[in-house]
Design a protein around this ligand. Structure first.
Ligand code: SF4
Ligand code: SF4
Length: 120
């Protein structure tokens, strides 16, 4: 014995389906990685001074091995960072390592994720 499927549809259902419209929507883009939306995450890293770029003495510290590094304050950020703007106050004289730290690179993403709670 064959069983025929039974559909429970109202007379207007097909018409309703035909006239249904796709609701327009906007895909929200992932936020772009940019220093302007970052709490200067990479400025908490230890920055060794391997070349002389003119960093002022007051921002220079010595590590346990006698090497020169950027001084970091008690909050963990580099002493040369402006705490209000979260921008480098010695940008033209910043160390080589800072110049080569690439925005959007894996290291950058890692640092951003590491202190995401610090985002303003
Ligand atoms: S380079 Fe990356 S981690 Fe550093 S301030 Fe810019 S976005 Fe933040
Ligand atoms: S020197 Fe400038 S760019 Fe480098 S860690 Fe310090 S504040 Fe950041």
């Amino acid at each position: 014995m064959s069983v025929r499927p039974t559909f429970h549809t109202a007379p207007g259902d097909c018409l309703t389906l035909r006239t249904m419209k796709t609701i327009p929507h906007t895909q929200i883009a992932e936020p772009a990685v940019t220093c302007s939306t970052c709490a200067a995450c990479c400025c908490q890293l230890e920055v060794m001074l391997i070349t002389d770029t003119g960093v002022p003495e007051r921002f220079i510290d010595t590590d346990d091995w006698g090497g020169e590094v950027m001084l970091r304050l008690d909050d963990g950020w580099c002493a040369a960072l402006d705490r209000n703007t979260m921008m480098c106050t010695i940008y033209e004289k910043r160390p080589l390592i800072c110049r080569e730290f690439e925005m959007g690179a894996p290291e950058c993403i890692e640092e951003r994720q590491g202190i995401s709670t610090a985002y303003r």
